[in-house]
Design a protein around this ligand. Structure first.
Ligand SMILES: NC(=O)c1ccc[n+]([C@@H]2O[C@H](COP(=O)([O-])OP(=O)(O)OC[C@H]3O[C@@H](n4cnc5c(N)ncnc54)[C@H](O)[C@@H]3O)[C@@H](O)[C@H]2O)c1
Length: 343
């Protein structure tokens, strides 16, 4: 039984990793600024003794005092995420995400942790894709790039590049092994509300006119189901080959926003018209990861097709919106409105 810390354990990817690690028989500490009902339920289940939950703001270094004195493994997933939050509060993205990285490293200097996995993002090479025609599907050797320092969108990517460098280069000095995973559009039930698929379902559920706007119709993305991402993350943590390496964890099926919206419309039984429309400011034109390295090194083999992944995700959000509930935060805001508040 390993002793494992998951920072950001109440988040979408975090709580699914926590559940898997607990069911694999490990002792897990979940640390997050927010609470999670799913983790509370797990705590009250037969496996509950293997889970410890701490709720605190870990951008404050003193919060780390509540943790144990050592861990075998640390999954560093805590971050402020979401395009709209990044556009509206770039100063918070910079402060919180870089503090979380530096506070974690300061904790590890004093408290032995054998291995750390840092969660990074495909945003790190979005600038390279748009400006320098990076190869698509894109592998881990792609140069990282911020295309416009003055655009708030890039604050998030900057904090992820900072995290990659900080963890990789402190590993030797602070005596821990380290792996970076760059997640690529991970989706699934209850993934939060600040993402494309929840927004599309919300819009279909609340559609008042007979035309559905397809924002960024010719842009492409590749969606990966949460169960596959959890497997890829744990393989990245546990494989000896992964030490000091970076992996793209996602799925290599590139689809356009038009294909995505038409498929979701079909699931939702929508019979009306579609119209192509603008996209969010700074949004990358194409994205699809090359996952060959993870397949070869880790035997990572995502099982869920994009259609199965999208369907499972859409069904959860359709139930949510059709029950009359509304998200506390992160709901849909049209690009036209986000653009205005940015200008
Ligand atoms: N989901 C994806 O497709 C994707 C893509 C690229 C990168 N990532 C990265 O993976 C990680 C997990 O993403 P996710 O989709 O689960 O997002 P999420 O927002 O659901 O999870 C992040 C968690 O971090 C926590 N957090 C934020 N500030 C904190 C603070 N000050 N102290 C303690 N906890 C704090 C949040 O409460 C949240 O539970 C993030 O670092 C994200 O940047 C995710």
């Amino acid at each position: 039984m390993k002793k494992i810390l998951v920072l950001g354990g109440a988040g979408f990817i975090g709580r699914n990793i926590v559940k898997e690690l607990v069911s694999n028989g490990h002792f897990v500490t979940s640390a997050d600024i927010k609470e999670s009902q799913e983790l509370e339920n797990l705590k009250n289940s037969s496996n509950g003794d293997n889970l410890e939950i701490f709720t605190a703001d870990f951008s404050d270094p003193s919060s780390f005092r509540i943790l144990r004195e050592s861990y075998d493994e640390l999954y560093m997933l805590a971050a402020v995420v979401g395009v709209n939050r990044t556009l509206k509060n770039p100063e918070e993205v910079v402060r919180i995400n870089t503090s979380l990285t530096m506070n974690t490293l300061n904790y590890v200097r004093e408290n032995p942790v054998k291995k750390i996995l840092f969660s990074s993002s495909s945003e790190n090479y979005a600038g390279t894709s748009d400006l320098f025609n990076a190869q698509i599907p894109t592998d881990e050797d792609v140069p990282l790039c911020i295309s416009d320092v003055k655009h708030p969108r890039w604050t998030y990517a900057m904090t992820k590049m900072h995290g990659e460098l900080a963890f990789l280069h402190c590993a030797k000095a602070y005596n821990f092994k380290c792996t970076i995973v760059r997640y690529q559009n991970i989706i699934g039930p209850n993934m939060g509300f600040g993402h494309a698929i929840p927004h599309i379902v919300e819009r279909f559920c609340k559609l008042s006119d007979k035309v559905f706007k397809i924002y960024g119709h010719d842009q492409t993305r590749a969606f990966c189901f949460i169960d596959d991402a959890v497997k890829g993350t744990i393989l990245s943590m546990e494989s000896l080959k992964a030490d000091g390496e970076i992996y793209h964890i996602g799925k290599d099926e590139e689809i356009s926003m038009s294909e995505l919206c038409l498929f979701i419309g079909e699931i939702m039984g929508y019979k009306g018209k579609y119209e192509n429309a603008m996209t969010y400011p700074g949004s990358v034109a194409r994205r699809c990861p090359d996952i060959t390295k993870a397949k070869n090194d880790l035997k990572y083999n995502p099982e869920f097709s994009w259609k199965d992944s999208v369907k499972k995700t859409v069904n959860w959000y359709r139930d949510f919106f059709e029950s009359g509930r509304n998200p506390d935060s992160g709901g849909f805001e049209p690009p036209e409105q986000v653009m205005r508040s940015y200008d």
